[in-house]
Design a protein around this ligand. Structure first.
Ligand code: UDX
Length: 435
């Protein structure tokens, strides 16, 4: 069994590394030459826990990394894992995936194999049958079901736990026609994930599942954030206790109920926008989805309100931002609320110092010399007039009274409630805890 994987981002690189380390012969393709050269030497283009050692293990076995599409001619299975970034109007950019499947079509034209092509990239319902399939059929001069099989296989992995999620997904969704190739696809996945439910459906339902999943997660987050804002106005109330208790109700479930500055990252905000636009395009008023997004966008104002309440005028104040990554254990700052907060504070002429254990370089690419980058928690707080915890890094739990002594004004705003405020010699405010 030879497997081709096109697009080596979080999804594609994790999948290539995991499959190769399990002994499959894998060819990972990325058209970015520098990136593919780096990966072929066992180096990561981004930080992701456990990925480097899995990649190195894969490379020692049967993993080939290249930018040469023609290598996938010999593959039995091809995964498409290229990005579908967001356009300004909320729709997704299809040019990258169109280019990738065009190349795949050309390559499989020459192949005698009846390849199964799995689309893992997130695309709005209808894209496989209306956009991708015609391109592959045209370029390959073959018909779906005869010569190749196109199947939607949405991906649910989370950054920071990409290897774990690739090895043990909670579900495998296969969207396509129920035929012999679908049976082959099912056999492949049941061998790979013997304990995971495999659900077979049609193309458009599988495409929609990804949006349903991510919009539900976003809804949970906006729900708890709205309650958190209410709690903040009930003296003594604590949003974490409320989340823990309602989470015990099996109808609700305890995950994704951490109140905070709002959801960021490369998926949730993008998928919400695409779904809202798609809903409007098909004549549905997405009232709930709009509210979820609005609550998320407003969360940053709650933080600014807290800052203003405590330090007064923001202009020329030394503010420390702890964490710029959109969540812990990643260096990814895409759509990070922390980055948005820094932009807003800079507009108000604050003097910003940041510290993030992994995301400093990516933050520098955005702000250059407009802000100060610290190498440690202590340095970041030296002379600070207000510290704001934005990302739930474990290391920030070390913030203690000795470190706080370095601050000029001892004000801490904890957007993730990771500190025991009552033990700190500081004015401590937390999102979701009523004062
Ligand atoms: C998400 C989906 O979880 C995953 O299934 C999909 O494949 C890709 O998109 P990811 O972008 O890696 O994964 O991040 P996720 O862990 O979902 O977090 C997204 C954002 O929500 C982060 O900014 C995080 O801080 C925030 N979040 C998450 C909360 O504020 N509270 C929570 O309880 C959970």
């Amino acid at each position: 069994m030879k497997i081709g994987i096109v697009g080596l981002g979080f999804v594609g690189l994790s999948l290539s590394s995991v499959l190769a380390s399990k002994g499959y012969e894998v060819i990972g393709i990325d058209n970015d030459i520098k990136k593919s050269e780096k990966i072929s030497k066992g180096k990561l283009p981004f930080f992701e826990p456990d990925l480097e050692k899995t990649l190195k293990n894969g490379l020692r076995k049967k993993l080939t990394i290249s930018n040469n599409f023609s290598l996938i001619e010999v593959c039995d299975i091809i995964f498409v894992t290229v990005g579908t970034p967001q356009k300004l109007n909320g729709t997704i950019e299809l040019s990258i995936i169109k280019k990738a499947v065009k190349e795949i079509g050309k390559v499989i034209k020459k192949s005698k194999k009846n390849q199964i092509i799995f689309i893992k990239s997130t695309v709005i319902p209808g894209t496989l049958l209306n956009v991708i399939l015609p391109i592959i059929e045209k370029e390959s001069s073959k018909k779906n079901g005869r010569g190749f099989e196109l199947i939607s296989n949405p991906e649910f992995l989370q950054e920071s736990r990409a290897i774990q999620d690739t090895k043990f997904p909670h579900a495998v969704v296969l969207g396509g026609y129920k035929n012999k190739n679908m049976q082959k696809a099912k056999n492949f996945f049941s061998k790979l994930h013997s304990k995971t439910p495999i659900i077979i459906t049609n193309h458009q339902t599988a495409e929609m599942v990804k949006y349903a999943n991510n919009s539900f997660l976003a809804t949970k987050i906006s729900f708890i954030n709205q309650l958190s804002n209410i709690c903040q106005n009930i003296p003594g109330s604590n949003i974490d206790d409320i989340a823990k208790i309602i989470g015990l109700d099996p109808r609700i479930g305890g995950k994704f109920l951490n109140a905070g500055p709002g959801y960021g990252g490369s998926c949730l905000p993008k998928d919400m926008k695409a779904l809202i636009k798609f809903a409007s395009d098909v004549g549905i008023n997405p009232a709930l989805l709009n509210a979820v997004e609005k609550i998320n966008e407003n969360q940053i104002n709650e933080i600014i309100l807290l800052i203003t309440k405590e330090i007064g005028i923001i202009s020329s104040k030394h503010i420390t931002i702890l964490g710029t990554a959109f969540k812990p254990n990643t260096d990814d700052v895409r759509e990070s609320i922390s980055i948005e907060l820094i932009k807003k504070l800079l507009n108000k002429k604050a003097k910003i110092t940041i510290y993030d254990p992994k995301a400093t370089e990516n933050t520098k690419n955005i702000f250059g010399d407009k802000i100060i980058y610290s190498k440690s928690l202590i340095d970041a707080l030296n002379g600070s007039q207000c510290a704001i915890i934005m990302t739930q890094w474990k290391e920030f739990e070390n913030l203690n009274n000795i470190i706080i002594k370095k601050m000029k004004k001892k004000i801490i705003i904890d957007c993730r409630r990771i500190l025991a405020g009552s033990k700190l010699n500081a004015k401590y405010y937390a999102l979701g805890i009523g004062k």
